[in-house]
Design a protein around this ligand. Structure first.
Ligand code: PA5
Length: 461
């Protein structure tokens, strides 16, 4: 199992102003955490509770069907193209970047064991999209269009562009290159899929986008590029079992949720930094940023009181950001909790040759860069602690499907528990609606004429 170390948030280590009396805090919140975990587990199957993500690890049917489909299309495609945004893209990107060999898309077909390359389009930047379309052979590309609502403007506009091109290239057969992952019943993409006869997979009810990585949203692309989804799900299940423990002393997600919550509300640490010492976990940090920000950044609590809560999440990558953000983290405002992710055993090793022995860089020779990276992680952690900056460390034995399943699921549960501590709705995102409506108005969507007039006035003043 992954390991969690909270020693550097203790007040005896980083001082009363910046740290916590962990023993007292855990004891004080013990009963509340017990109730939260019991509550989440007891209502998870209630329609509307938005907690079906807690069951995804056990969804053998989906695992079976995505594997079946991947086997069916094996060898037919050179590329997987995932269209989606926010929660419909970030989990896929996080897992693929973590688990596929580095520079996967630059490997030869043989090096990829005949598996396809994978591309995620999670924005509507015309230069990026045109650039990708210039290099992709769409005939040999399977397009996974992922949108739970089935109507997200960014994803659907990408889809409309690509569908037209596929049709021009393949006539009636274009359908064979499209898979839609969307709601079972509602939404325009569902309707279109039924009409046009696309292969579909379902985003289950009561699973929000940012909690959907272990549904077909993630699993289908993973299966298509040969990621070991059985091991991934085993990691999820084992972590789920571990996190059913209602005792805060034995529940790492509850511990980190409480630590973040208390540091925020009692010690003004309103920024949560996710800092993996691994480039492969770069998108895990991005995924966490969305999960933490969109789930916990809320105006009102469950009772309707205006609370304006939520920590601002930030990504930093070790060692790169030691040469960028660490100066600020050490000496700037002491308003952050830093989450280190440390990897005990990298999948490969690279030794620094023993050259330039009698120079100032001679000490590097004969060591591995694995050792150097972890030495830098340890050194930065100690330095931050010297500066009285609270930090926790999540350690993975290695980066494989099993541990990535554990890590992502732990962070989901941590977010769910934090949401209960803040007493907010973790699963909605009312704050994104206003700009969406304005966009519809600007784009001339029927029904938004009045908004357009108001908007134009505001834009011209
Ligand atoms: O986490 C979320 O719920 C959001 O980020 C959504 O995933 C995002 O807005 C995309 O929505 P949809 O999947 O409906 O296209």
């Amino acid at each position: 199992m992954l390991r969690f170390d909270y020693n550097n948030v203790k007040e005896e280590v980083v001082g009363f102003e910046n740290g916590l009396d962990i023993k007292a805090a855990f004891e004080k919140y013990k009963n509340q955490i017990f109730k939260i975990i019991m509550h989440l587990n007891s209502i998870k199957d209630k329609p509307g509770a938005m907690l079906q993500w807690m069951n995804l690890g056990y969804n053998e049917e989906t695992v079976w069907y995505v594997k079946e489909y991947a086997a069916l299309v094996e060898g037919r495609f050179d590329n997987v193209l995932v269209l989606g945004i926010g929660g419909s893209a970030l989990g896929g990107m996080a897992v693929c970047e973590s688990l596929l060999p580095a520079y996967w898309n630059l490997l030869t077909k043989e090096q990829r064991n005949n598996l396809p390359k994978i591309f995620f389009l999670d924005n509507i930047d015309p230069d990026q999209m045109n650039g990708l379309l210039d290099i992709l052979d769409l005939k040999r590309t399977i397009v996974c269009v992922v949108t739970k609502s089935g109507s997200t403007a960014e994803t659907m506009s990408q889809f409309m562009i690509i569908k037209k091109r596929l049709e021009e290239l393949l006539d009636e057969n274009y359908r064979k290159n499209i898979v839609a992952i969307t709601d079972q019943n509602i939404g325009i993409l569902r309707q279109l899929s039924d009409q046009e006869g696309y292969k579909t997979f379902v985003v289950p009810d009561d699973v929000g986008g940012r909690f959907s990585v272990f549904s077909a949203v993630g699993l289908l692309p993973f299966a298509l590029v040969g990621i070991d989804i059985d091991q991934l799900m085993q990691g999820v299940k084992d972590m789920d079992l571990a996190l059913k423990n209602t005792d805060i002393w034995n529940n790492v997600a509850a511990q980190n949720a409480l630590i973040h919550y208390l540091l925020d509300i009692e010690k003004n640490k309103n920024i949560s930094v996710m800092m993996p010492y691994s480039n492969k976990l770069k998108y895990v940090a991005d995924w966490y940023i969305q999960l933490w920000a969109e789930s916990l950044g809320k105006e009102v609590d469950k009772n309707g009181n205006v609370v304006n809560v939520g920590q601002t999440p930030i990504r930093a990558i070790g060692a790169t950001d030691q040469h960028s953000q660490i100066q600020l983290f050490n000496e700037g405002p002491n308003n952050k909790i830093i989450n280190f992710i440390r990897i005990d055993n990298f999948n490969t090793t690279l030794e620094i040759p023993k050259i330039f022995e009698y120079t100032g860089i001679g000490y590097l020779g004969g060591k591995t860069i694995n050792y150097l990276l972890n030495a830098e992680a340890d050194a930065t952690k100690v330095a931050l602690t010297d500066y009285k900056r609270p930090n926790v460390t999540i350690t993975l034995d290695k980066i494989d499907a099993y541990h990535i399943g554990q890590l992502l699921y732990m962070l989901q549960v941590q977010t769910a528990i934090a949401g209960e501590l803040y007493n907010i709705n973790t699963y909605n995102q009312p704050g994104v609606e206003q700009a969406k409506n304005y966009t519809y108005a600007l784009m001339g969507r029927v029904g938004y004429e009045d908004s357009r007039q108001i908007l134009e006035k505001k834009m011209n003043t």
